[in-house]
Design a protein around this ligand. Structure first.
Ligand code: SF4
Ligand code: SF4
Length: 98
């Protein structure tokens, strides 16, 4: 029987990341892992660390993980460029993006 531990490798082809974790605030409670219905995340094998984003391209940006996170600031949404709202100043033409 093999002594090797199973390893999960995040999708390295897709550079996108649906959220950005703040490891200073996230305590690795894994609540976001549990609420995501399509298993974008898996728990970090290192206790207390932010989850691993295993399938970033499967995220449909429902927002459940961020809404249910009990620690404000632990994760920040990273909207895809085409989904980000923006405003244009009519007078100056300046673009303001979220
Ligand atoms: S981002 Fe929030 S819900 Fe997810 S593991 Fe960190 S503290 Fe828990
Ligand atoms: S936004 Fe929705 S689909 Fe995307 S990771 Fe969070 S819970 Fe999962």
């Amino acid at each position: 029987m093999s002594q090797q531990k199973p390893t999960a490798l995040p999708n390295i082809i897709t550079p996108s990341s649906p959220v950005i974790f703040n490891p200073d605030i996230c305590n690795g409670c894994n609540h976001c892992v549990e609420v995501c219905q399509i298993d974008v995340y898996i728990p970090n094998p290192e206790k207390g660390k932010p989850p691993i984003i295993l399938h970033p391209d499967e995220c449909w940006y429902c927002g459940c993980c961020a809404n249910d996170c009990p620690r404000p600031g632990a994760m920040k949404f990273n909207w895809p460029l085409q989904s980000r709202g923006y405003w244009k100043n009519k007078a100056t033409g300046e673009i303001h993006q979220i």
